[in-house]
Design a protein around this ligand. Structure first.
Ligand SMILES: [Zn+2]
Length: 312
């Protein structure tokens, strides 16, 4: 199936992109003029330099090399996203200690204001002023809030966060939460731990980053239990991740009844392969089950993240 021959309004699933330069062809044959990436990282340059230095020592941390594929200037990274056909993206920031949440949130708010395609976001940390800076970001139109339980090393059930979760549930602003044990566990990672937050805030819109890696099945259980819980595709199903934390063999079948709650994410630029590989992984799931196909691929790459992030 390589031709976009129409079946009604729905094109046949195009052949997956071979490399980044081939992604626009794939999107066009799918009937999309752009895609939406819900999980991208931009950080102040000195912070990003530290993140890259960490990945340079990945063999120590993860037991495998992690060569950053898009280690270029901010302008070049933005041009790359445009070439890939990314029309809108959520630039995500996250603190690893107290006192950084406000600064990073203010930085990313300004970054989004001056950067075409970048949606305003925020982050949080359990600290006394969290509701103050988070509330300001939401009032200023933040479309998503990155929560990194592993890097932050905090307990998402912390009493200081309770009003923050309440605020996001009330405003219906999604929290993109890295709470799985992969690629390495943290003191308070685990879908069971974050499940307790959801039990207290059942309307909270959430994106389980990396589809809860490696607890993919538990992540889908939370998606089924709570109507506002989603998963993102970030790093999921790529060759790199499959070698460490493979998907269940019936993954495509498991997605068939939650197709509206899977959103495209990549971890650009901090990935050890090209974005085309992530797009091809989604296309591979779609091809493996007749209930998915082209409509699922369009929904994941564009419609679902656009709806969740309020992209016009
Ligand atoms: Zn990430």
């Amino acid at each position: 199936m390589t031709a976009p021959s129409a079946r009604g309004d729905v094109p046949v699933l195009p052949s997956p992109p071979l490399d980044d330069a081939d992604v626009p062809r794939f999107l066009a044959e799918l009937g999309l003029d752009s895609m939406v990436d819900a999980h991208v990282h931009f950080l102040p340059d000195p912070v990003m330099a530290k993140v890259w230095a960490y990945f340079d020592r990945a063999e120590t941390h993860y037991g495998t090399a992690w060569p950053i594929h898009y280690r270029t200037s901010v302008d070049e990274r933005l041009a790359t996203l445009t070439r890939l056909g990314v029309g809108a993206f959520a630039p995500l920031v996250y603190p690893h200690k107290p006192g950084m949440g406000r600064w990073l949130t203010e930085w990313v708010t300004e970054f989004a204001a001056r950067t075409p395609g970048a949606l305003p976001t925020a982050t949080l940390f359990p600290e006394p002023d969290v509701v103050d800076y988070l509330g300001a970001a939401v009032a200023n139109g933040a479309r998503a809030v990155k929560v990194h339980v592993q890097v932050g090393g905090f307990d998402p059930r912390d009493a200081l966060l309770r009003p923050a979760w309440g605020l996001l549930a009330e405003a219906q602003v999604p929290a993109i939460v890295h709470c799985g044990h992969g690629p390495i566990p943290g003191a308070h990672t685990g879908l069971d731990v974050f499940g307790e937050v959801l039990a207290q805030h059942p309307r909270l819109p959430v994106v389980l980053a990396h589809a809860g890696m490696p607890d993919y099945v538990a992540a889908l259980d939370l998606v089924r239990r709570y109507p506002n819980v989603h998963i993102d595709t970030t790093m999921v199903g790529t060759g790199f991740t499959e070698r460490m934390t493979p998907l269940p063999s019936d993954w495509s079948a498991r997605l068939a009844d939650v197709t509206d709650r899977v959103v495209f994410g990549t971890d650009f630029p901090n990935i050890p392969y090209g974005v085309a590989e992530q797009v091809a992984a989604v296309a591979g799931w779609a091809a493996a089950d007749d209930r998915l196909g082209a409509p699922f691929t369009r929904a994941v790459l564009h419609d679902n993240p656009a709806r969740l992030l309020g992209v016009g």
